[in-house]
Write a protein of this length. Structure first.
Lengths: 124, 158
């Protein structure tokens, strides 16, 4: 069972035993359903020195890469997939954009072991 | 004017302004639909006399500058895939950036593989749309978004 779950219909990202966040993927190029590995070792710092699309309302942001564990043309050689605060405009081109309390999500990720094997399941 | 009329006017005004204030912001899809067209139109307006010159660029609908202080390096059109590629150098950072789009009746244009994007501080370094959101496809899709990439050294037209 995956540690984290993102549901398109309810637009929520849930981390079992940790918390739940309002989030969005797409709507046009939403994240495909399936299993993903979270790139725990590749989590960026929580910083203001990041593109505006990745910043929350407090002007700071991060990017957590995720890697599909199934065949897809998304998030491979060119494009990347990830979880980050959803900077304006509303929505993402396929990533999961956190709508609020993104700092608490970052703190939870940062508190996990650097070699933690975290997984995400995306579903309708 | 009766009290009832005043009450109706005040209530209607409050409803109007409250509705305006809480109007949903533009979505990414709407933003890209407007600004892809704007940016592509600007790219198509560039001519050979502007090669190696620093451009003034334009502003996107949210005021974000597009290609200001960029030097126009070259452009190519690949008829077999109907792909358009424009390459620039950023005056300040000296780094090169390519903007790519594919006509609706073209074929997917593969983005560079094995690019070391250095995306610790710039997740959109490998490929991004105009909002700077990461472009999440492996190929630039026909009739889709205008895509930028800094990984142009590995760019190979297949």
């Amino acid at each position: 069972m995956a540690n984290l779950t993102y549901k398109h219909k309810s637009r929520t990202l849930t981390w079992t035993g940790v918390g739940r966040w309002d989030a969005v993927s797409g709507p046009k190029h939403k994240l495909p359903n399936g299993q993903y590995k979270i790139g725990r070792r590749e989590v960026t710092p929580y910083t203001s020195n990041i593109g505006k699309a990745f910043k929350g309302k407090n002007g700071k942001g991060f990017f957590i890469p995720i890697f599909p564990q199934f065949s897809t043309d998304r998030g491979k050689s060119g494009g990347r997939l990830g979880i980050h605060p959803d900077g304006a405009p509303y929505g993402t081109a396929g990533c999961i954009g956190l709508q609020s309390n993104s700092e608490t999500f970052y703190k939870a990720i940062a508190a996990s072991a650097s070699d933690a094997s975290l997984t995400l399941e995306v579903m309708d | 004017m009766s009290h009832l009329s005043k009450w109706i006017i005040v209530t209607a005004s409050l409803f109007f302004f409250t509705s305006c204030a809480s109007a949903p912001e533009m979505t990414l899809d709407q933003y890209l639909e407007q600004n892809n067209a704007l940016a592509i139109s600007y790219l198509q307006s560039l001519d050979d006399t502007q090669l190696q010159k620093t451009l003034r660029g334009i502003k996107l609908t949210d005021g974000t500058p597009f290609l200001n202080d960029h030097i126009y390096i070259r452009s190519s059109f690949y008829p077999e895939t109907k792909s358009h590629i424009f390459i620039f150098r950023e005056s300040e950072t000296k780094s090169k950036v390519a903007y790519i789009w594919v006509d609706g009746d073209g074929k997917p244009f593969p983005l560079p593989a094995n690019c070391n994007p250095g995306y610790i501080h710039s997740p959109g370094w490998s490929a991004a749309v105009l909002s700077t959101d990461v472009y999440t496809f492996s190929d630039v899709m026909p009739g889709g978004d205008l895509v930028s990439t800094h990984c142009i050294e590995n760019m190979v037209q297949k």
